[in-house]
Write a protein that binds this ligand. Structure first.
Ligand code: PEP
Ligand code: MN
Length: 337
């Protein structure tokens, strides 16, 4: 780390600062008369926090090359993490396919969706019971009835389930009925929800907020890990840009960026990332090519009748075609479906 001293710092204060580093076994380099102190450490942020450097009046700034996210950083687990969602693993050799409708609408719709995605090779069934929608007039989901349907269908079909949780009060109920919990884009900054998920006992799929930087996403993951839950899967699902041809701009640069800095697995959601059915399969292939650990795709038995996100949902046949087209790309990057 590089410390810039405050111009008012006295020689005694500087000497005391250097002693503090030496007491914890570090060797600070400081040329008398200059305002820089350089210290080599393996964990800049931890040292900065332990020594209280950022509150020190004789220090103007502390520059570290690491993000303040020691728990989720790649350095902590250079080999990467495999997170288990029921019987499925994400982050290993297998490229994970999460698929299902945006929202649980009925038992019949969920059964039909589940059969279709399993036939095509999906590993995890998705479906929202609690929806966080932008418009107050949009379908908000079936709530607890939707959770029960998702659980019933997941059990019938033999697929682990993923569903969104939107508020702290529902964490227990959702964790009791789903194999993994999703934090939606609108809730990525919700510190209370992340803290509550720290003790939920289920893996969490954490979606990048639509106006969140990749650093903010990692810091949200760090908050979750600090709260006690390290079973985290990151998910890039598009950000808001000046581009209006697509619902969001799918930021695939985020994938290798996140993979290089964090040990957590990374999913890509080309459905919300593009908002357009015809773009989902090409972006799914691109996600596999750039190193994602899997994709999450919305599939509906009859997209034109869907109560939410129908314009980006694939039909069962389109999802099957997506998986077929994905196979050679997944093989080319040394993974399996
Ligand atoms: C979804 O997955 O259907 C969804 C609504 O996600 P988000 O809340 O991240 O938009
Ligand atoms: Mn959706």
């Amino acid at each position: 780390m590089i410390i810039t001293l405050d111009p008012t710092a006295s020689a005694e204060q500087i000497e005391e600062l250097l002693r503090r580093f030496r007491r914890v076994g570090l060797s600070p380099a400081h040329e008398p008369g200059t305002q820089r102190v350089v210290v080599g450490t393996n964990d800049d942020e931890l040292v900065a926090a332990r020594l209280g450097l950022r509150g020190d009046p004789c220090i103007r700034s502390v520059a570290t090359d690491a993000l303040a996210c020691p728990l989720v950083s790649r350095a902590r687990r250079p080999e990467g993490s495999v997170v288990r969602i029921g019987t499925a693993g994400v982050g290993g050799e297998r490229f994970l396919l999460v698929a299902g409708p945006c929202a649980v609408e009925s038992l019949e719709q969920m059964r039909h969706s589940a059969q279709a995605v399993r036939r095509a090779g999906a590993h995890v069934l998705r479906g929202g019971a609690f929806k966080s929608r932008t418009s107050p007039y949009s379908f908000p989901g079936l709530g607890r009835d939707g959770l029960a349907i998702l659980r019933q269908v997941g059990d019938e079909i033999g697929l682990p389930t993923l569903t969104e949780v939107v508020e702290v009060a529902d964490v227990g109920a959702v964790a009791a009925r789903a194999d993994a919990l999703q934090v939606g884009a609108r809730n990525m900054y919700n510190a209370r929800l992340l803290a509550a998920l720290g003790r939920c006992g289920r893996p969490v799929v954490l979606k990048r907020g639509m106006a969140a930087s990749v650093e903010d996403l990692l810091l949200a993951a760090e908050r979750l890990a600090l709260a006690g839950n390290e079973e985290i899967v990151l998910c890039e699902s598009g950000i808001r840009t000046f581009e209006t041809a697509t619902r969001n701009t799918l930021d695939l640069c985020a994938v290798p960026w996140l993979k290089s800095r964090s040990h957590l697995p990374v999913l890509v959601d080309p459905s919300h990332g593009t908002g357009r059915r015809e773009l989902v399969a090409p972006m799914a292939r691109a996600a596999a090519a750039c190193g994602a650990d899997g994709i999450m795709v919305e599939v509906h038995p009859d997209p034109d009748q869907a109560l939410s996100d129908g314009e980006q949902a694939l039909t069962p046949a389109e999802f099957e075609a997506l998986v077929r087209g994905l196979a050679p790309v997944v093989a080319a990057v040394g993974r399996t479906l």
